[in-house]
Design a binder for this molecule. Structure first.
Ligand SMILES: [Zn+2]
Length: 305
């Protein structure tokens, strides 16, 4: 699958960022979405047609985020887009220097279809909605970005419920512990960071929903973090993040799950989860089907919209 190359969370700004930004497009005014604004900085020779598609893509992505979190993840952040050869969106990064920003390279020939298919921008905006955490918990940041992006785009109608569950059910086996695994805090492989973190998020979502008789989920826990001022502009301890998220749903689900998964390879039976939720995978890898008689079919619909 095309998805989940590394994003460069909290590393360096875009290569040559300062000089590129000096020639950024001065004509753009901030985009106002979800109670906040995004200051758009374009670097390079995008055509008028591409800029028009980019505007739709940014608005659509920010709207998906604002719907999930109830608002934009920060009152204002910069979106720095740099023209690159070819098609597609690559090289997403979230950082602050000191202003919060999301950066990405956008191919000059990117068209409406590729923009519609893009996951990078929503992924990076999820990072903006989560406080900066210690490096040992990069898996938590990347897991949240991977899981919430997939859910938020489906909820907003950019993708479908079928695509949501197909992506999670195909991707998550890559996040299961392998031989020698020492838990999520101590196993820094690609699979455990992105998909292991996403498994943590799915388990947390299900745990919160079970404990609240379906009234609450991971979404409300994360909204609580944002309401408490926790976005990427802030440095939080992992204990604080989990504690504030748990308090928002009046549970200890996230902290309890972290204790189970942080320093040991907790086994997870993904097939049992798909059976519970009524997600039926096809052996040929085609579209998943839904079993609405499954005991957790309602949970599945609650997550996926
Ligand atoms: Zn990321």
């Amino acid at each position: 699958m095309k998805r989940r190359e590394l994003c460069r969370l909290s590393l360096l700004p875009l290569v040559g960022g300062a000089s590129l930004l000096a020639s950024a497009d001065p004509s753009g005014s901030p985009l106002r979405i979800g109670g906040g604004e995004i200051a758009l900085q374009l670097s390079g020779d995008f055509t008028v047609a591409t800029r028009k598609e980019m505007h739709l893509w940014i608005t659509r992505s920010a709207d998906a985020i604002a719907r999930y979190f109830g608002r934009l993840p920060a009152p204002r952040f910069e979106l720095r887009l740099t023209a690159a050869p070819g098609r597609g969106v690559r090289g997403g990064v979230t950082d602050r220097d000191p202003a919060l920003f999301v950066g990405a390279r956008v191919g000059r020939e990117t068209g409406a279809t590729e923009f519609l298919d893009d996951w990078v921008l929503v992924h990076e905006m999820v990072h903006v909605a989560v406080p900066r955490l210690p490096r040992a918990q990069d898996w938590l940041h990347e897991g949240l970005a991977t899981y919430v992006e997939t859910v938020a785009r489906a909820r907003a109608g950019i993708t479908s419920a079928e695509q949501l569950w197909r992506e999670l059910s195909r991707g998550m086996p890559q996040g299961l512990p392998q031989a020698g695994d020492r838990g999520l805090d101590r196993t820094h492989t690609w699979g455990r960071t992105y998909w292991g973190g996403a498994i943590f998020c799915l388990l947390a979502d299900l745990k919160i929903r079970h404990a609240s008789q379906g009234r609450l989920g991971l979404q409300q826990a994360l909204q609580g973090v944002l309401s408490a001022g926790g976005n990427y502009g802030e440095d939080w301890s992992t204990a604080k993040f989990l504690g504030v998220a748990d308090a928002a749903v009046k549970q200890t689900s996230l902290s309890d799950l972290y204790t189970e998964m942080k320093d040991q390879p907790m086994p997870v039976d993904l097939d049992a989860i798909w059976r519970e939720l009524g997600v039926v995978q096809r052996p040929d890898g085609g579209a998943v089907q839904f079993d609405d008689a499954a005991p957790g079919a309602g949970l599945r619909r609650a997550i996926g919209g």
